[in-house]
Design a binder for this molecule. Structure first.
Ligand code: KG4
Ligand code: ZN
Length: 340
């Protein structure tokens, strides 16, 4: 069995997987409540929390999977990108364990974990990954579409400024909703109607040749509109709901617009499958829109289980299973906040 550890940001997570991608345990200790008073992740708090949670979580994960230490044949760990102090806790822990157990250690790029995560199932073996697919990673730190061929990804676009999740979080914070803002905006928006006349969010204009996302305009527009209309978490409930619904709609409209621009630019034969991944992929309205967009083009759309959208160790283990050749001497693994 493969043991996987993820500590790149604000979730400590430990998973156990079988070779075919069956997830036997995937435990997550979320630190959200510890960071909430600060409206965002505080790196020093994150490292300390990982230190506290990692080892108890390892024991629990083994128990959950009905496994013993001697069943662990290899260890996967997120080596970057992420908060360096947070990564170091996972990497140092994994190094010690791999060395002690005498098993290989596989460093994993966090982003690659997200890339493949739509193929993991709640129960049973993973869905076989096609030779080629598009994967859209949308999280607090990333908004990019990748062309994945035989497990090798090529970035097709990126955001020029803020990531989509970051935009959800910053606007939510401005109106006084707790961190992380994405699920809050979705929750309040559910009761509202998206009326672009009442809240005219700026529609970014892109030059024909650009495929990139850009969310800073919508963010600035949202903050201006919230100020003008007095939108706050404790204010008029109907206005808050309408504001959230319209803001979410504007973000998703751009996502689909750019996805379509990327799609049109891809040469024939085009991929037949698209996956989405990352925390923002948990958004129900977004999932429906991507499914509809893909359906209209005859594509297979892979929407990850919600548990595999936000940071989790199962996806790290699964990425390692695609890269078994990259196991290395545990002492050689280095945590890196940025990975090029
Ligand atoms: O993948 P993730 O857990 O961490 C990063 O690697 O960034 O993503 C966290 C992001 C946050 O910005 C959060 O607001 C967003 O995902 N998010 C959502 C939803 N759930 C989480 N955004 C929109 N709707 C959601 N339901
Ligand atoms: Zn992530």
């Amino acid at each position: 069995m493969l043991l996987a550890i993820e500590t790149s940001c604000d979730e400590t997570s430990v998973a156990l997987l079988e070779r075919n991608g069956t997830v036997r345990a995937n435990l997550i200790a979320s630190q959200i409540e510890r960071h909430q008073p600060f409206g965002g992740v505080v790196p020093e708090i994150a490292s300390r929390e990982h230190l506290q949670h990692l080892f108890p979580l390892l024991t629990r994960a083994l128990g959950h999977a009905g496994a013993k230490w001697s069943d662990v044949e290899g260890i996967a760990v997120t080596a970057g990108p992420g908060l360096i102090g947070a990564l170091l806790v996972g990497v140092a822990g994994a190094q010690g364990l791999a060395y002690g157990l005498g098993v290989p250690l596989i460093p994993v790029n966090h982003l690659e974990g997200h890339l493949f995560s739509a193929y993991l199932q709640k129960e049973g073996a993973a869905i076989p990954m096609p030779a080629r697919f598009l994967s859209m990673v949308i999280s607090g730190g990333h908004s990019s579409i990748y062309d994945v061929k035989a497990g090798v990804s090529t970035m097709l676009n990126r955001t020029r400024d803020d990531a989509i999740g970051e935009t959800f979080d910053k606007v939510a914070k401005f109106i006084g909703l707790p961190y992380p803002g994405g699920p809050q905006i979705e929750k309040f928006g559910r009761e509202g109607s998206a009326d672009p006349k009442r809240f005219p969010f700026p529609v970014p204009q892109f030059k024909e040749e650009s495929l990139d996302f850009s969310y800073s305009g919508i963010k600035a527009g949202a903050i201006r509109l919230a100020r003008e209309h007095g939108i706050t978490a404790t204010g008029d409930a109907k206005s808050l709901a309408d504001f959230c619904a319209t803001f979410q709609d504007a973000l998703i409209a751009q996502l689909i617009d750019r996805l379509d621009a990327v799609w049109r630019r891809i040469d024939e034969p085009k991929p037949t499958e698209i996956a989405i991944a990352g925390g923002v992929a948990a958004n129900g309205v977004l999932r429906d829109r991507v499914a509809r967009w893909g359906g209209e083009r005859g594509l297979i759309v892979r929407l990850p289980e919600k548990r595999y959208c936000t940071d989790n160790a199962a996806m790290i283990g699964f990425a390692a299973l695609q890269r078994e050749g990259s196991a290395t001497d545990p002492r050689r693994v280095i945590a890196r906040s940025r990975v090029h």
